[in-house]
Design a protein around this ligand. Structure first.
Ligand code: ADP
Length: 247
């Protein structure tokens, strides 16, 4: 569903921030993308979302190729950014979820059903600036899913969330997976999601230093002391979350 071939990228000003990154994500798969702050995770997700084109190399998302077809990629792929304030455009939950959609009872009913699934219905008429950080994040996720993407990219979905918020976000990611959605989730906090992912890719200074099944990648991190997210030591010892138990 997603294939990157030696993707290299530099912003118009500055050095290369991604160098020769190659990876694949199978249809319905869930890839964890880890790396320290500044390692290139957000940039890589932006490329996968068709927001930028690679400077060199190429990528393919659901059969759409970049460079060349970024607009087509944007039709099938949604990126939920780390900072929800950059993505919320409506003044209320209702307005944000209906923005850019056909008006009418069917669209409203669909948005309300999705909002209910995400526990957002109680905020339906609320001004968005009154919502918590976690609720804004869920609003962005709801809006993204209403677009029925084939690929969902989540940039640091757990950051700034409290424990119930992390649990809820994990449940939503799990439900997406059960629905067959292909997902890439970036995080510097491996503890929150390591037991959910099929594969784990680790970026270090724009290079893909590790990539494979999560458990073997973690073993490798331990063996080679690769510079990796600060929490990796902790996640070596963590017992996978039981959804029913407090951590
Ligand atoms: P991460 O998501 O892992 O924190 P980013 O992709 O945000 O990493 O950043 C990777 C590198 O790209 C950093 O050095 C960052 O300063 C740089 N960068 C990010 N956005 C821009 C931009 N718009 N223009 C120039 N450099 C940028």
């Amino acid at each position: 569903m997603i294939e990157l071939n030696t993707v290299t990228f530099a912003y118009p000003v500055g050095d290369e921030v991604l160098s020769g990154v190659s990876l694949t994500v199978e249809k319905g798969g869930l890839l964890g993308l880890a790396g320290a702050n500044g390692s290139g995770k957000s940039t890589l997700l932006s490329l996968m979302a068709g927001l930028f084109a690679p400077s060199r190399g190429s990528l393919e998302v659901a059969g759409r190729v970049s460079p060349g077809h970024e607009g087509d990629i944007r039709n099938v792929c949604r990126l939920v950014m780390q900072d929800a304030d950059l993505q919320i455009l409506g003044a209320t939950v209702e307005e944000d979820l209906l923005l850019g959609r056909a008006r009418g009872q069917a669209a409203t009913a669909e948005a309300r059903t999705m909002a209910e699934r995400f526990n957002l219905l109680k905020y339906w008429d609320s001004p968005v600036q009154t919502l918590s950080w976690g609720t804004k994040r869920k609003l962005c996720l709801t809006a993204a899913l209403l677009d029925r993407p084939r690929v969902l990219l989540l940039d640091e979905p757990f950051s700034g969330l409290d424990y119930p918020g992390v649990r809820e976000m994990r449940a939503l990611i799990r439900a997406n997976r059960e629905a067959g959605l292909t997902q890439v989730v970036s995080s510097h906090d491996l503890e929150s999601f390591i037991d959910l992912v099929d594969g784990l890719a680790v970026l270090d200074n724009g290079r893909l230093v590790l990539n494979g099944p999560a458990e073997s990648v973690l073993d490798h991190v331990a063996e080679h002391s690769v510079r990796a997210p600060g929490s990796w030591t902790a996640c070596r010892t963590i017992v996978p979350w039981d959804e029913g138990e407090p951590r």
